[in-house]
Design a protein around this ligand. Structure first.
Ligand SMILES: Cc1ncc(C[n+]2csc(CCOP(=O)(O)OP(=O)(O)O)c2C)c(N)n1
Ligand SMILES: [Mg+2]
Length: 371
């Protein structure tokens, strides 16, 4: 709000390293002064000329040094500065309120607030698509230039976990908080397996609102019907995807990939989940998964024997010889070895934004094919 008001009246805008994307310019509607002009500092010439600006193709720090020297002795009016400070303080208050709405199920802003509080000053938040990037750029309090990694270029679903893995590899000293919607998670969560395999620690917060809330809402605001934006069965009565709620359980999916999973339905539980993670206490989590490796194990030894190699007589010295020495083909048994010890533990906190019944709901549309 504060930035939007200032942008609306600005007569000169100095853009530093910005691509003037749709998100940051509200699709070019953010700047409302009739003769607004732009000075664009950018190392990329293509971005420096955007919005018919005066291009300054240069390193940002050097350009700002030069501009500061050129503007020495000039400053914006006292009133203008006071107004900017007042708007900024008012917005901070709005953010504080959005972080503490006390909704149940929680509002997305409360989830963002809880994660923001949990993150340290150098930690990184990663997000890409859905309704969260819009909320994050309004609400997230970034304290470090590298602390905010949100993919506004293409808003590409599925980027979050893979992108978070890349961020963590580049900056292992920082905690990486991946905020991901259920739709994005469903599109691509496979790099969780890589994170587990490589012992790369990610903290994934899966925000479960049971569908593509942003796209569904967007469709309706422009007068178009939703299509497949909620996880619903096809309804034989209507022929549409408006049947019972699909029993999608993405937290269980994450657990199956070897990630430690905690579920939270309230903000208090979300905050407690972080404490539980710190204490490394599985007892605190409602769902803790252990990685299991299914691997073939040969049970017959060379030469073959009718006994299992585990049978005591096969190992006891001086045991009587077996009565039959019939050759058997080596058989393969599947075993579950003990969980491997992980170097670093990725965890996923699934937060339900919408307390919809997701178990047994296929009964509601009478579809017997799905169980
Ligand atoms: C690869 C890709 N396909 C489609 C889209 C269009 N799209 C943007 S957000 C979205 C739904 C995201 O759902 P979810 O992650 O659950 O976030 P929510 O809208 O519920 O906040 C879709 C389909 C996209 N951004 N990227
Ligand atoms: Mg969603």
């Amino acid at each position: 709000m504060a930035a939007n008001r200032i942008a609306r009246q600005a007569d000169v805008v100095i853009g530093i390293g910005t691509r003037y994307s749709d998100f940051t310019t509200a699709s070019r509607t953010a700047f409302g002064a009739p003769h607004v002009r732009f000075v664009n500092v950018n190392v990329a010439a293509a971005d420096a000329v955007k919005l018919a600006g005066t291009p300054l193709v240069a390193d940002a720090r050097e350009a700002l040094r030069g501009l500061s020297a050129a503007l020495a002795g000039w400053s914006a009016s006292e009133d203008y500065q006071a107004e900017a400070r007042r708007l900024s303080a008012a917005w901070q208050q709005t953010v504080g309120e959005a972080f503490a709405l006390g909704h149940q199920p929680p509002a997305q802003s409360e989830v963002i607030g809880a994660v923001n509080d949990a993150a340290g000053p150098r930690d990184v938040v990663v997000c890409a698509a859905g309704s969260m990037p819009g909320d994050l750029h309004k609400l997230w309090r970034t304290r470090d230039p590298k602390g905010y990694h949100v993919e506004y270029g293409y808003s590409c679903m599925g980027y979050e976990i893979a992108g978070g893995l890349g961020v963590k590899l580049a900056e292992p000293g920082r905690e990486v908080y991946v905020l991901v919607g259920d739709g994005s998670y469903l599109m691509m969560a496979s790099e969780l397996v890589t994170a587990v395999a490589e012992g790369v620690k990610l903290i994934v917060v899966l925000v479960q609102n049971h569908g593509f809330a942003s796209i569904g809402g967007l469709s309706e605001t422009v007068g178009v019907q939703r299509f497949g934006t909620r996880y619903r069965y096809r309804n034989p009565q209507t022929g549409r995807l408006d049947g019972g709620i699909l029993p999608v359980d993405l937290a269980a999916n994450a657990a199956s990939l070897g990630v430690r999973v905690l579920r939270a339905e309230t903000i208090a539980e979300l905050r407690a989940a972080r404490c539980a993670r710190r204490r490394r206490s599985p007892a605190r989590s409602s769902c803790t998964s252990r990685p299991t490796r299914w691997c073939p194990r040969r049970t017959a030894r060379r030469g073959g024997t009718s006994r299992s190699p585990r049978s005591p007589s096969s190992t006891r010295p001086g045991a009587p010889a077996p009565r039959t020495r019939r050759r058997r083909r080596p058989s393969v048994r599947w075993s579950v070895p003990r969980p491997v010890r992980r170097r670093a533990e990725s965890s996923l906190v699934a937060v339900g934004l919408n307390l919809v019944p997701i178990r047994g709901c296929h009964e509601s549309n009478g579809d017997e094919r799905v169980g």
